[in-house]
Design a protein around this ligand. Structure first.
Ligand code: COA
Length: 191
């Protein structure tokens, strides 16, 4: 089933472009999702937990798993330009009863030639809006390598705040990176 999409105009390098944002469909979008996920891990290895070897050897079933709802309201959003998938952002929710108020963002990526056009911001704003419609979700968390300035600035601009730092959170080819733990509350809280 094709899901409802939102079309908006964005200013890219070649002028204004139409971008559609919609939830990826496990049947129709599997191949495009595989390709962009492999590209993402190759483009920015420190931004994703999987290694290039791992993502390259994943089965279709494992990619399908990423695009499946699992009954918890999980989804992956895609940004499309002229029907080509150019950006993604994933959301999943904790399952155990005491943790069901928590959701998590994963796999945020925009192709290099489309960056700085507001596409990641739109993907994440749409993701946040969709999670607000899920009953009981009160917060969204994510992790980001501390030296990933563009991503940290993106998340801060969307009201995520840093609540901790994990030392040596990820190792890429013998180099260890620290990660910020970031959280966005969906309801106002007076700390
Ligand atoms: C991080 C990433 C998703 C941003 O995508 P994007 O579509 O270029 O981001 P947007 O154009 O929507 O930018 C939104 C905001 O993010 C921040 N930002 C994005 N790129 C930036 C950069 N290169 N330098 C500084 N701030 C940046 C800015 O605050 C920007 O708002 P502004 O344009 O009004 O200043 C993209 O650079 C990317 O895919 N990087 C590689 C993968 C990655 O690091 N993913 C994150 C994993 S946690």
């Amino acid at each position: 089933m094709r899901r409802h999409s939102r079309r908006q105009r964005y200013k890219g390098y070649g002028g204004y472009m139409d971008i559609d944002i919609r939830i990826l469909d496990v049947n129709h979008d599997l191949e495009a999702f595989k390709q962009i996920r492999i590209e993402a891990v190759q483009d920015t290895p420190s931004a994703f937990a999987e290694s290039i070897a791992q993502v390259n050897s994943k089965s279709d079933g494992e990619f399908r798993h990423h695009l499946s709802d699992h009954g918890a309201g999980d989804f992956v959003l895609g940004a499309f330009h002229e029907s080509v998938l150019i950006g993604v952002a994933g959301f999943y929710r904790d399952v155990p009863g005491k943790l069901r108020h928590k959701g998590h963002i994963w796999g945020v990526y925009v192709q290099p030639q489309y960056r700085r056009s507001g596409i990641a911001r739109k993907l994440l704003q749409t993701l946040i809006d969709k999670t607000k419609a899920l009953s009981g979700i009160k917060q969204i968390t994510l992790t980001v390598v501390t030296t990933n300035g563009p991503a940290v600035a993106l998340y801060e601009s969307l009201a995520f705040r840093i609540y901790g730092t994990e030392t040596d959170a990820i190792e890429v080819d013998g180099v260890f990176y620290n990660e910020y733990l970031m959280q966005r509350l969906l309801e106002y809280r007076n700390y």
